[in-house]
Write a protein that binds this ligand. Structure first.
Ligand SMILES: [Zn+2]
Length: 119
């Protein structure tokens, strides 16, 4: 796998900044929907369960977005520190094609597979 060229880094940085913006806005917009359901509210049992379920989903979504935002932030930091594109586990280049799909990836494909496989 080849290390990134400076042009590729510039391009990926732009993608990361766009993603960061998008996620921040998304998180801002969904603050209300993940707020605790008021159980004292006089709503029926079914609609209360609906509300709880929707709240759970909104919360899970937000947590996913927040996790991704953290990865994006550390990728942007890595660009500043000139170690972007390097796998944090084996220190091999992650590869441009993989970063093009997920520019926030902190690991190369092989390490990611091992981490997800629990090895
Ligand atoms: Zn690796």
């Amino acid at each position: 796998m080849d290390a990134l060229t400076s042009l590729q880094i510039v391009e990926l940085q732009r993608t990361l900044l766009d993603l960061q913006n998008e996620l921040q806005q998304l998180l801002e917009r969904t603050i209300d929907s993940s707020k605790a359901v008021d159980l004292d509210q006089p709503i029926g049992r079914l609609s209360r369960m609906d509300a709880l379920q929707q709240q759970e989903m909104a919360k899970a979504n937000r947590e996913g977005h927040q996790r991704r935002l953290k990865l994006i932030e550390s990728a942007l930091l890595a660009i500043k520190q000139q170690r972007y594109g390097e796998c944090r586990r084996c220190e091999e280049p992650i590869g441009y094609l993989r970063l093009k799909v997920r520019p926030e990836s902190p690991f190369c494909l092989a390490c990611q597979a091992q981490i997800e496989g629990g090895a």
